[in-house]
Design a protein around this ligand. Structure first.
Ligand SMILES: [Zn+2]
Length: 385
């Protein structure tokens, strides 16, 4: 078994924590669970716990701010989870995650630089100036990104390529963390439509094709999903909804048809659907009473007005804005800040060390993948033979 003793020792400015790992002879006899644990230890930077906690907090805050601004812009442009084709909110969400991750990385670089200076005894009153200085040094190489190659020297061209590769690496780590570790949807960063799958939807149950209500066992399941993840439109878990009535066991959520029945009926009436016999498939999602009432009100108003496009009701300016709410996916910025910002010393050094760190992360991922693949293959051949 390999433990912390086999890991490389890290000096204060050391960034080479990933590539040089433990003894290869002991690695071979190590169980898979130990390999995963060791790989996780190697992935975390050697900085002390406090600076990692601070970087995580600033990275998350930077992501939150980016996501808030993105949602404000989407709200102005009348884009919501109900916007069709669905690729539009998904692509906007993915772009927001990539930008939020990069902002998380930049804030981590600024914080690390200030942190290092404070550790070396610099006066706390100079922290603001140091932060600005660090951000300026981060932004400096970014100016190269959009300059024409013809106006650049050979070394500047090389640096421009490195800056782009570095930015791509940061964004990929952010996108992967958002999707795989935090299990979040890209479209959940758009305002929530009242007549489409909401931003807070996680799990849905298939609804019968005859527009019937959810069965009692489905309602019980939806209640559990709602209590865990909240109303699919507004995210409320309705924690205090039954407090006044002292009726703790009363259901807090409705089983909401998505798309709603009137919308599905109107879509089914399209001539090509009637000819081909295509029916819209629906799902049930848990929805709170307030959102259910709002959805009902918006749809009845639209039906009375004879609107032909009921699927767009409840989206755009009628959608639910939730940009101020802290979401689990925002932690992608924190994960990026912790994993991609190296220690270095001042702003420039932190920037260069972080660039090295991304390269090391890439090498680490390739090596870890090969190692795990080998383990799984040997385990598979052992269990078969
Ligand atoms: Zn709601």
């Amino acid at each position: 078994m390999t433990g912390a003793s086999s890991l490389p020792t890290h000096s204060s400015n050391d960034t080479n924590c990933i590539a040089n790992s433990s003894n290869p002879t002991t690695k071979e006899h190590e169980p898979i669970s130990q390999t995963i644990k060791r790989s996780m230890r190697e992935l975390l930077p050697p900085n002390e716990l406090n600076s990692n906690v601070a970087k995580f907090a600033t990275g998350t805050l930077a992501f939150y701010t980016t996501s808030f601004l993105s949602q404000c812009i989407q709200y102005k442009l009348k884009i919501s989870t109900g916007t069709r084709p669905t690729i539009i909110p998904i692509m906007i969400g993915a772009t927001t995650v990539a930008m939020g991750s990069y902002m998380g990385h930049l804030s981590g670089v600024g914080l690390q630089s200030c942190w290092n200076r404070l550790q070396s005894g610099v006066d706390i009153r100079d922290v603001g100036r140091m932060g600005m200085d660090a951000v300026r040094q981060c932004v400096e190489p970014m100016k190269l990104m959009f300059r024409q190659d013809g106006s650049l020297s050979r070394s500047e061209r090389r640096e421009k390529r490195e800056v782009w590769m570095h930015a791509a690496g940061v964004c990929i780590i952010g996108l992967l963390s958002y999707k795989t570790i935090l299990r979040s949807h890209f479209s959940s960063l758009s305002p929530s439509s009242y007549t489409a799958r909401g931003s807070f939807a996680r799990v849905g149950l298939p609804a019968p094709p005859n527009f019937n209500y959810a069965t009692s066992s489905q309602r019980a399941q939806l209640e559990r999903i709602g209590r865990a993840w909240g109303c699919h439109t507004c995210g409320s878990r309705m924690l205090f909804s039954n407090v006044a009535k002292k009726d703790w066991h009363k259901p807090r959520f409705h089983g909401d048809h998505i798309p709603p029945v009137s919308v599905a009926k109107q879509i089914n009436e399209r001539w090509y659907r009637r000819k081909l016999g295509w029916k819209v498939s629906q799902k049930f999602y848990p929805q709170c009473r307030d959102c259910s009432n709002k959805q009902g009100g918006l749809l009845s108003k639209a039906i009375n007005a004879g609107r032909k496009n009921l699927h767009s009701v409840g989206g755009g300016s009628e959608s639910h804005f939730h940009g101020t709410r802290l979401r689990i996916g925002h932690m992608a910025g924190g994960i990026v800040a912790v994993t991609t910002v190296a220690q270095g010393f001042d702003g420039k050094e932190v920037v260069l060390a972080s660039r090295e760190r991304i390269k090391q992360l890439y090498t680490w991922a390739v090596d870890a993948g090969k190692e795990l693949k080998g383990k799984i293959q040997s385990w598979w051949s052992f269990s078969k033979g």
